[in-house]
Design a protein around this ligand. Structure first.
Ligand code: SRM
Ligand code: SF4
Length: 555
């Protein structure tokens, strides 16, 4: 019988021959062309940059025989989503100077700039560098932006957790000088001492992206079970304060590969604060060595955990660590997910206000001048901004005396306050999809408002308008807005249809299941109508939709 030999993927070859992520990037950026080669496209991802084209004009340009409208997306790493007002103002400036006039807050607390021209990529990187920000490592086969619940700094006795995202980002970032040389300041780099790349990356880095999130002890707004590694703060009866470490989550799937699936992370161990970095490093090297480098669709760590089984995976990690892992403690029973919206008092006597940002898009348009309002706040108040994993924004550190002024400012800019939001709208997420995402099969962000109002209308017609409902929508099954764990997940299937998933929940600890395939967006409120009727008639008064559907066996 012939033995199948697996060949490493092309991206592995590109990484290995790139001299630690340099390749021909510097030379190609200097060329007066609007796009880059396929090889540079792969390397650019490690620098936080995606080569895209404006898909709204793709067809007409092809028909006219002209080149695609090449644009780039730059994603900025923002550990824990925390930004100073100076940083916010710099990002706001970039949106005007080299991007499409918007800042796009992501589901991992980062900021994306869309519509950047190749010739402006360096200027953008330099503007970030001046604010101690960077896009390096926001994408690519490395540890990505570390996500934390923006509530962590509120927890008394857990104050040190606020820095965890920064600490992990620092420990697991690539130390290649490539980004600095190519995008920020080549001359200075030439005179700097060459720093060696991290041994756990080596010259081929990880098989694929690697995601870490830190939840609040009782708030899973980060979707900790959707991560390669999730940390849930807790107290071990003997070891003391630390984290339950969960491994092997991930939500992306591919229609073309039946062997791909969404998976929730499972508890592996309990680590103390002192052990957390060392254990994650062993998980990362396990993944580095055992992850699939032949098929990028199956290269995520969740497949290593699923294929080996948790116990064998644990043994692999222990082998690298040189000691046994402690057993995990039970997960918190009160796990919920805060939307972080509205006014909240802080322990130091100041206030924070969480502002809803529809699909994370901060801009000025006919509905509101949100971007101007935030610029005004950053210019005039001594505050800190936190991007939430729900694509929203918290303005934190406001004095009691400032509250009226802030409210008036938001009203003046037509930014709707917490109490004015619809109950579907306030938790709804959507990925960017068209026109920028190369993987999009359908619209998402641009059609979210109509789906939200359709669902809110269907609920209101049944006197269920006050019941919260969690909707998440994506333009393809990669699952960037995490629909696989939502109460209602709407996932692009063909050019004009979506698959409908039901039964996830606010706690993020349950996968939704497929309810209907290939439905049109317009039909979704009617398809869900009978289920809303049952929820109203048979559900407990405080029973969430996803919990109800699971209890009665619909999902
Ligand atoms: Fe994502 C690829 C946008 C969070 C799973 N994601 C993409 C790309 C870069 C498309 C591409 O490869 O060409 C999208 C950019 C489109 C654009 O025009 O902006 C994109 N992903 C996003 C963001 C901006 C969605 C959002 O609405 O905020 C999020 C950016 C996060 C960040 O700041 O780092 C984003 N992506 C996620 C999440 C959610 C999360 O991490 O909590 C997931 C599911 C969790 C997971 O990783 O399993 C996710 N994105 C993917 C995948 C599927 C990976 C897989 O395992 O197969 C892809 C495709 C890929 O990597 O090839 C992808
Ligand atoms: Fe693009 Fe798909 Fe992610 Fe949406 S879910 S941003 S369509 S890759």
């Amino acid at each position: 019988m012939a033995v199948e030999t697996k060949v490493e993927s092309n991206v592995e070859v590109i990484k290995r021959s790139s001299n630690f992520l340099r390749g021909g990037l510097a030379q190609e950026l200097a060329l007066d062309t609007p796009d880059v080669s396929g090889e540079s496209e792969q390397l650019l991802k490690f620098h936080g940059i995606y080569s895209q084209d404006n898909r709204d004009v793709r067809r007409e340009r092809a028909q006219a025989g002209v080149a695609l409208d090449y644009i780039f997306m730059t994603r900025v790493v923002i550990p824990g989503g925390r930004l100073s007002t100076e940083q916010w103002l710099a990002l706001d400036g970039i949106a005007t100077s080299v991007a499409d006039g918007s800042l796009r807050l992501t589901t991992r607390q980062a900021v994306q700039f869309h519509g950047v021209l190749k010739g402006d990529l360096r200027q953008l990187a330099q503007s970030l560098d001046r604010q101690f920000l960077s896009s390096f490592g926001a994408c690519g086969d490395v540890v990505r932006n570390v996500v934390t619940c923006p509530n962590l700094h509120l927890e008394s006795g857990q104050g040190h957790l606020e820095g965890i995202a920064l600490q992990l980002r620092e420990s697991f970032r690539s130390t290649s000088e490539a980004h600095w040389e190519i995008f920020v300041n080549g001359e200075k780099a030439a005179s700097r001492e060459e720093i060696e790349e991290r041994p756990f990356y080596g010259e081929t880095y990880l098989p694929r992206k690697f995601k870490i999130a830190v939840s609040h002890p009782s708030d899973n707004c980060v979707d900790v079970f959707a991560q390669d590694v999730g940390l849930i703060p807790g107290d071990h009866p003997e070891a003391g304060a630390g984290f339950t470490l969960v491994v092997g989550g991930g939500l992306g799937r591919s229609y073309a590969n039946a062997d791909t699936f969404a998976r929730l992370a499972e508890p592996l161990t309990f680590v103390t604060n002192e052990e957390v970095e060392e254990v994650i490093a062993s998980v990362i090297t396990t993944y580095r060595d055992l992850g699939d480098r032949t098929d990028r669709k199956r290269a995520r760590m969740k497949y290593v955990v699923a294929d080996l089984g948790l116990e064998a995976f644990r043994s692999e990690v222990e082998g690298r660590l040189g000691r046994r892992l402690r057993a995990p403690i039970p997960l918190p029973s009160s796990f919920d997910a805060d939307d972080h919206l509205g006014w909240r008092p802080l322990p130091d006597g100041t206030w924070q206000v969480g502002i809803r940002v529809g699909a994370g898009r901060v801009r000025d348009d006919e509905h509101s001048t949100l971007r101007s309002a935030l610029r005004h706040i950053a210019e005039n108040f001594a505050v800190t901004f936190f991007i939430t994993p729900q694509q929203d924004l918290i303005v934190s550190g406001l004095r009691e005396d400032d509250r009226n002024a802030i409210e008036a400012l938001l009203v003046q800019h037509h930014v709707r306050l917490d109490g004015e939001l619809g109950n579907v709208e306030r938790r709804a997420l959507a990925c960017p999809a068209l026109p920028t995402c190369s993987q999009a099969l359908t619209e998402s962000e641009r059609r979210l408002p109509e789906l939200v109002s359709g669902l809110e209308g269907a609920l209101a017609a049944r006197q269920l308008g006050r019941r919260p409902l969690q909707l998440r929508m994506t333009g393809c099954p990669n699952g960037c807005a995490r629909p696989a764990v939502a109460e209602i997940g709407v996932v692009g299937r063909t050019k004009s249809t979506y698959d409908l998933y039901l039964g996830g929940g606010i706690r993020g600890d349950r996968l939704a299941s497929l309810y209907r395939e290939k439905v049109s967006l317009d039909d979704i409120p009617d398809i869900l109508g009978p289920l809303f009727d049952r929820w109203g008639a048979e559900g407990e008064s405080d029973e969430a939709f996803g919990d109800f559907l699971t209890r009665v066996g619909v999902a």
